[in-house]
Design a binder for this molecule. Structure first.
Ligand code: COA
Length: 410
């Protein structure tokens, strides 16, 4: 009778022994609770994702670049050769996809001693069994294979992103990929869409007669005198003011956000019977993400919006949404005046109604400079964006995350 993965690894039934064998510094808390379940659920033979040729088979959906393909194939073969690595890969896969993904996954140790230079892709291997499962789920819904391939292309993009920073392939965005595999994210053309509850602390009203919008801040939010959320970039202004919002049968009264991405201190009032509330926190929306996959051609973005408007009613009629939302460094209102009007970032930004959110410049530094430079004068100024940002910051300006929404049906 075939021995199971666990029977082959009797010596490692104790997680401490396994961690010791792999030279892991510590054991994340989350690994303990479901360890007995993982042992209990061990397959009859080595899992198929650790068999030779597996990466090749699933590459019909992954479309890995040459380098990423050979790194993952080598990692699979290295894991398959060691029983301690095999068992850990099995356990981590189960933790991510059969239990609720643990909160401590960001701090899971890399098995450096056992994996060597392939260590940063260890957890990527633990994602692989989900690839055919996702393709099957998409197939059942009739979702075109092109969408599956596009959605999964993110794996290759993040493997490349890691290499740009660390010089070798790796993948640490395990929480992010739990979205793809749980069908909580689809890439449609240039952009990705994640059905979510709208998180903006705003109230959007539409005038019934002509469709004009008035956007109010929720009440009780502190804004700096220039209309940013107080505390942006960790800066608190002594002259900050607090927003008000009141609604009764006759009137709606509050601090408007005129679309410039800043809140206005001046309180205005509109007649309740003439306006309808069309978007507020908690409403269903499609959150947009922009994968780092070359330029963000404006026409492709518009095409992608249209695709999303067709895709969800056709393939995911259970997903209701009032519009699109985005929360990103790309929606920093200052970019709208620092970059030329015909740049892709500005054209993308102008599709959105902008509003201020609490945030900072860390995502911008990460995406534009690969991290916050210790000394701004030494930061790379190879692209126009880098140069205008360096100038802006050197002149005392600041950058931040911004947010916006699009209500396509209005
Ligand atoms: C979003 C993205 C595709 C926009 O790039 P784009 O289509 O080239 O944008 P634009 O046309 O507006 O670019 C204007 C200028 O800024 C430069 N630029 C744009 N994004 C840049 C970036 N992330 N880093 C450095 N320079 C950048 C362009 O190269 C161009 O300068 P150039 O004329 O000297 O070449 C790009 O920033 C990117 O890939 N970012 C990573 C993904 C991301 O940030 N997603 C959002 C996460 S919330």
């Amino acid at each position: 009778m075939a021995r199971t993965l666990c029977q082959n690894n009797d010596g490692f039934r104790d997680l401490n022994v396994l961690a010791g064998s792999l030279g892991l510094g510590g054991i994340p808390k989350s690994w303990h609770a479901s360890w007995p379940n993982s042992l209990h659920a061990c397959p009859q033979a080595n899992p198929s994702f650790l068999k030779p040729g597996y990466v090749d088979r699933i590459n019909i959906w992954l479309h890995l670049s040459k380098d990423a393909y050979s790194t993952l194939a080598k990692a699979v073969s290295r894991i398959a050769k060691r029983s301690d690595l095999r068992l850990l890969a099995w356990h981590c896969h189960r933790l991510m996809f059969e239990e609720a993904i643990p909160e401590d996954f960001y701090s899971w140790p890399m098995p450096d001693a056992a994996m060597g230079e392939l260590s940063p892709v260890f957890y990527a291997v633990a994602l692989l069994p989900e690839v055919p499962k996702l393709a099957a789920k998409h197939g059942k819904r009739g979702i075109p294979a092109e969408v599956t391939v596009n959605t999964l292309k993110d794996i290759d993009l993040w493997l490349c992103n890691y290499k740009e920073k660390h010089g070798r392939k790796g993948l640490v965005e395990l929480g992010w990929f739990s979205n793809h595999f749980a069908e909580k994210l689809y890439r449609l053309g240039r952009l990705q869409y994640e059905p979510q509850a709208f998180g903006g602390r705003i109230k959007v009203f539409r005038r019934i007669s002509d469709g004009a919008l008035t956007v109010f801040s929720e009440g009780g939010i502190r804004f700096s005198p220039d209309g940013e959320v107080d505390g942006t970039n960790g800066v608190f202004n002594p002259n900050a003011w607090e927003s008000v919002f009141e609604q009764n049968k006759k009137t709606v009264r509050g601090n408007p956000i005129p679309g410039s991405g800043r809140a206005s201190h001046e309180v205005i009032e509109i007649a309740a019977e003439e306006w309808a509330l069309v978007l507020s926190a908690g409403d269903a929306i499609l959150n947009i993400h922009i994968p780092a996959d070359g330029k963000m051609d404006y026409t492709l973005c518009l095409e992608s919006f249209s695709k999303a408007l067709e895709f969800f009613p056709m393939y995911r009629p259970d997903v209701q949404f009032k519009g699109f939302a985005c929360h990103s460094w790309l929606l920093d209102p200052d970019l709208g005046r620092l970059l030329p009007a015909d740049s892709n970032i500005v054209r993308f930004q102008r599709e959105f109604y902008l509003y201020p959110v609490l945030g900072d410049d860390s995502q911008m530094f990460e995406r534009v400079f690969g991290g916050k430079p210790a000394d701004l004068s030494g930061a790379p100024g190879e692209t126009l964006l880098q140069r205008v940002i360096i100038n802006h910051l050197a002149g005392g300006g600041r950058m931040r995350t911004g947010a916006g929404f699009i209500l396509p049906s209005l």
